[in-house]
Design a binder for this molecule. Structure first.
Ligand code: FAD
Length: 590
């Protein structure tokens, strides 16, 4: 049998479509219908299925290539119909991929005999975890600790997911660097002057990468110690109990007893922007290849503002545009105010209720058109960071082959035990919905693993704290004032300003406050927020208080060490109880 070429089918009006995943390698056996590539346009993604079964010869495309109808994907030593890898009959016709673009559904229909009840698995797996981020590795490790034989499938080169590789950890390393610069500069006002820092960008990036490497290597060790088998490859469902994993050159079908989906999320894209390396998402921004003189950050949420703080600290002149009427949407406005004040004094501009209309890439700069109630204006920047949210990474998993439901935004609905609608399949982390936070993912990972192992666990945490590691930091947990107002709940707010905190003053940063939201009848703590340096380190106490059903007096009567910022929580509690002596306030309660 001679080689044939596998080509991209008719893509309708689409040309030069980006290849975002390649699922095949030389020598790999593919069955008709197996996904060869995943393509992505501004509007949707689609998989390109194999039109024939056979063994792949040369692969002609790579991730990042652009393809159009008829582009050659690979050569194939074709196998006659009926004697494919799984011995399946070829379907009469392949699905028309063009039609999948609008529906945003995977096109790779599973061959008939690997549907439920088929016997086409290469091996049996006890518990399979798909995705090695904080949700996935936690679930894998917990299940292994409970005695299960676990296979963890991760397409990236290292474990840790977005959080360790391109999220929480690298961003915090760079935020630390920016803060050191800021603190050193800030001491000029108090009698210690440093010369301007010389920033060696490659060395700074190396240090950040080393921090990441230490943690990801640590995870690899932990997996080994627990005998968790890590498969490096891209997984997709081909049946409700079978996941096909494309590794370099092979495709292995794993039949699982239980599966935990932890495939996470990716940055949301804005349609219509030019393909230009100066337009970055958070992953590109964290690579730190250059400090632009003028940076536009599109999106005033946590990720956008953290990256703005990094680049501001390292010398860029930053402008922020945000579509809504406040920075950090979702957070109480009073908590945002000290941050906004500081940013306004430092940044080139903060534009609320403003929309990015378009970007024109010129040789010298990026011409950005912004629109607000007063009309449109064009401004020039050297780089633009798009930080407008994240979307679940469900589409490349062929969830429909397993029958796993997704909602209209692409998230996988789960119950409190992290079960999907399909028996034996769980889902956790960013892929199941907001808040997209690492600590939510790890908590859910433990619940899913324990339930899969027969334990009576469920997600019953009362609250999930949020932290923006900006300067100053903002942290909040539980009921916000805004939510209380929206829900018509009567609450009491008590507040302790850091201008009265010895530790804050001695740190040169009294631009913060701590507040508690208290039930006026039961005196229970329902929520809390902190703005100021290290707010993220402090918020855990309020989260614990809420989980424990503590009332304000419990916090106020707990002796906090002096002088610390943690005292401000006790003082906010004392303020609620009317026992505060560090400020003069009219007595509220006896
Ligand atoms: P992920 O971390 O996204 O992991 C999913 C994994 O699945 C990935 O490794 C991916 O490669 C793999 N995968 C996907 N599809 C497949 C497939 N088909 N086959 C095999 N493997 C697959 N959160 C915080 O709590 N605190 C922070 O300070 C914070 N900072 C952040 C800063 C930035 C810049 C960003 C982008 C995010 C930040 N987050 C933060 C969010 C946090 O990173 C995520 O909430 C968290 O990583 C979600 O964990 P997860 O396990 O659900 O998914």
């Amino acid at each position: 049998m001679s080689d044939v070429e596998l080509t991209v089918p008719d893509l309708g009006n689409f040309t030069d479509v980006a290849v975002i995943e390649v699922h095949i390698g030389p020598g790999q056996q593919v069955a008709q219908g197996d996904a060869l590539l995943t393509l992505e346009t501004d509007k949707a993604t689609m998989d390109v299925p194999a039109a024939l079964s056979g063994r792949i010869g040369h692969v002609r495309v790579a991730v990042g290539d652009k393809v159009s109808s008829g582009s050659v994907i690979a050569t194939l030593a074709a196998v006659p119909s009926g004697v494919g890898t799984a011995g399946q009959e070829a379907p009469a016709s392949s699905p028309a991929p063009g039609s999948q673009l609008a529906a945003n559904k995977p096109a790779a229909a599973a061959p008939p005999d690997i549907r439920p009840g088929g016997s086409a698995a290469d091996r049996e797996v006890d518990l399979l975890v798909l995705g090695g981020g904080p949700g996935g590795y936690t679930a894998a490790f917990r299940a292994a600790d409970l005695g299960r034989k676990v296979v963890l499938v991760e397409r990236g080169a290292s474990l840790g997911g977005v959080c360790l590789n391109v999220g929480c950890i690298p961003s915090k390393a760079l935020l630390h660097a920016a803060r050191v610069v800021e603190e050193a500069t800030g001491m000029a006002a108090h009698g210690i002057e440093f010369t301007a820092p010389r920033i060696d960008l490659p060395r700074l990036a190396d240090w950040k990468n080393n921090v990441v490497r230490k943690l990801t290597h640590g995870l690899a060790m932990l997996a080994k110690q627990r005998k968790v088998e890590v498969l490096t490859g891209s997984g997709r469902f081909v049946a409700p109990d079978i996941l096909a994993v494309a590794q370099s050159g092979t495709l292995e079908r794993l039949r699982f007893r239980h599966c935990i989906i932890a495939a996470g999320s990716e940055p949301s894209r804005m349609p219509g922007l030019p393909d230009d390396p100066r337009i970055m998402d958070s992953t590109a921004a964290l690579e730190l290849t250059a400090i632009p003189a003028r940076l536009l950050v599109v999106g005033g949420g946590i990720i956008g503002l953290e990256m703005a703080c990094v680049y501001d600290g390292l010398g860029a002149k930053v402008t922020v545009v945000e579509l809504t009427d406040q920075l950090m949407p979702g957070c109480d406005p009073d908590l945002v105010r000290p941050l906004e004040k500081r940013l306004k004094a430092r940044y080139a501009g903060i534009h609320l209720k403003t929309r990015l209309q378009g970007v024109a890439a010129g040789p010298e700069d990026l011409r950005v058109t912004l629109a607000d109630a007063n009309g449109e204006r064009t401004m020039a920047f050297d780089r633009v960071l798009i930080a407008v949210g994240r979307r679940p990474l469900a589409r490349a998993l062929a969830l429909d082959a397993a029958g796993v439901a997704v909602d209209e935004r692409g998230f996988i609905p789960v119950d409190r035990q992290m079960r999907t609608n399909v028996s034996g399949i769980f889902a956790i982390g960013d892929i199941v919905g907001q808040p997209m936070l690492a600590h939510k993912a790890t908590h859910e990972g433990k619940v899913a693993a324990e339930v899969a192992c027969g334990e009576r666990s469920s997600f019953d945490a009362r609250v999930i704290p949020s932290v923006a590691y900006t300067d100053p930091e903002i942290a909040w947990v539980g009921l916000t004032e805004t939510a209380a107002r929206e829900q018509g709940l009567a609450v009491e707010k008590s507040l302790f300003p850091w201008a009265a905190s010895g530790r804050a003053l001695a740190s040169g940063r009294d631009d913060g406050f701590t507040k508690l939201i208290v039930d006026p009848t039961t005196r229970r703590v329902l929520g809390g927020g902190i703005v100021g340096i290290n707010a993220g380190e402090l918020i855990g106490e309020i989260a614990l208080a809420i989980e424990m059903g503590a009332d304000a007096a419990d916090i106020g009567l707990t002796i906090h060490p002096h002088p610390t910022l943690s005292e401000t929580i006790a003082m906010a509690a004392e303020a609620a109880e009317g026992t505060l002596t560090d400020l003069y306030q009219p007595k509220r309660r006896s």
